[in-house]
Design a protein around this ligand. Sequence first.
Ligand code: SAH
Ligand code: SF4
Ligand code: F3S
Length: 472
Amino acid sequence: MAYRRVEIPAAELARQRELCFEIRARLEASGKRPLALVDTYGCQQNEADSEELRGYMELMGYGFTDDENEADLIVVNTCAIREHAEMRVLGNVGALVHAKAKNPDLLVAVCGCMVQQPHMAEKLKKSFRVVDLVFGPHELWRFPELYKRARDTRRRVFMAEPSEGVVAEGLPVRRSGNVKAWLSIMYGCNNFCTYCIVPYVRGRERSRRFDDVVAEARSLVEAGYKDITLLGQNVNSYGKDLDEGRDFSDLIRAINDIPGDFLIRFMTSHPRDATEKLFRTMAGCEKCARHIHLPVQSGSDRILSEMNRHYGRSKYLEEVRLARDLMPDLVLTTDIIVGFPGETEEDFADTMSLIEEVRYDAMFTFIFSPRAGTKAAAMPDPAPREVKQRRFDALVGRANEISAEKHREYIGTRQRVLVDGATGKSPWNLSARTNGGRLVHLAGGEELIGRFVYADITDGNTWALYGVPSEK
Ligand code: SAH
Ligand code: SF4
Ligand code: F3S
C-alpha cells in the first residue's frame, strides 16, 4: 500500500536533544530537582513509547515519581482501543485538578492514541482545562519542543496532526527494567479490521530499517537484557514497505545470531500472514521463545469475514496444527472479541468450539466496543448488553478452566525460567517466566533476578505456576 513515510532527519532529533539540555539548565537554576510521572495505558507499544518519553525527561533533568502530588510534570499516555480504556483515562485526567490546585506550576500533558482522534482532542480542549499540552503518537519525537512551547508561552498547546507515518530513529530511551526490553520494529497498521481504531490513530504500517533494529537488539544484549520482545501490530508484515528484501523471519534469524544467552519474543502476529516460513524459523532459532500470540478474534467464518480478518476458521486451525507439529512445546495465546455486531448464538458457539479445539494456554477476551469512525461502529448491533455479557462470562469461564488444566500439566516438570523481578511476597518472592512466557511464582533468593535458572514446578492454577529453584 502506498503511503508517505516521514523519516525525521537526524539534525531535527539533535535539535530536540539540545532543547533538553537547555531545559535542564533552566530547571537546575531553579534549585530543586523536578519530578515527572508518566502514566501509561494500552499495549506494549505504548509502554515502549513511554520509555522514550522518559528518555527525553531524563535528559531534561527530571527524576521520576509515582505520586501525582509530588510531580512537576505529568504525562498521560493514552489508549483508544475500547471505550473502557478511554473512560479510565478521562476519569484520571479529570482528577488531576487536585494535584494542580496544590501545585499551579504542574504541567499536565496527554498523549497517545486517544488524542489522535479529533473528537477526543476537542473534548480535552473544551472540558479538561487542567490539560496544558496534547500531542499525538506522530509528535512524540518532538516532545522537548512542545514541552518548551507550553512552558514558555503559558498557553495550552494542542498538536495531534493527522499523519500517515513518522519514523524517528535514535530517541533517548529510559527502560523500565534491566531484564526485559521492548523493541519496536514497526509502527502503525494497514489491516483495517472493521472494529479497530489502531490504523486511524497510529497511521500506516512502516518498518524500521533492518540494520537499525538489529543494532538496537545487539546493544540490548550487550547491556545485559535477557528477554527482548519485538513489537508491531502485525510483525509478520515487517519489511514489506522497505526495499531491503528482508522479512520478519530474516530479522529473527539475524537477532538469533547475536552472541549471548537471551530470548526473542514478538507480538503480534496476524493469522493472515503467519506463514510456514515463520514457524520453521521459530523452530530453527534456539533463542526464539516457544510462544506465539495468534489472535483469532472469533471462531465463526461469517464474523471473521465481517471483521475483515482475511482468514477463516479452517486456515487458522491449520496454522495451529502446523506450528504445533514443528514445535510440540509451543505456548499459544489469543485475543477474542465477543458480541461483534450481528453475532448470533451459532457464531458464538463456533467460538466456544474453537477454543475447545485449540486449548489456548491463555486468552484475552473483550466485549465489542464500537469505535467512532470504524466500519463496525456503523453495523446494526441488535444483541442486548446482557446477552453479550452472558456469552462473555461463558467464554471466560471456560478459558480459565482450560488455562488451569494446561498449567496443572506442568506440575512435576522442571522448567528453565528467566527470573525477572521480586514480588515482595512470601514465600513466592520472585517472579519468573518460562520459555513459553508462562508466569512462575518462585521461592528463592533475590540474587537470582536477571538469571536463567531451573525450577521444579510444584503447583499451577489459571493464572500462574509455582515452583522452587533446582539444579539443572
Ligand atoms: N494488532 C493486534 C491487536 C491489537 S489490539 C492484532 O491484530 O491482533 C488488541 C486486541 O484488542 C485485539 O486483538 C482485539 O481482540 C481487541 N480489540 C480491538 N478493537 C476492539 C474493539 N473495538 N472492541 C473490543 N475489542 C477490541
Ligand atoms: Fe487493529 Fe486489525 Fe491492525 Fe490488529 S491487525 S491493530 S486488530 S486493524
Ligand atoms: Fe491502545 Fe494505541 Fe495500543 S489504541 S492498544 S495504545 S496502539
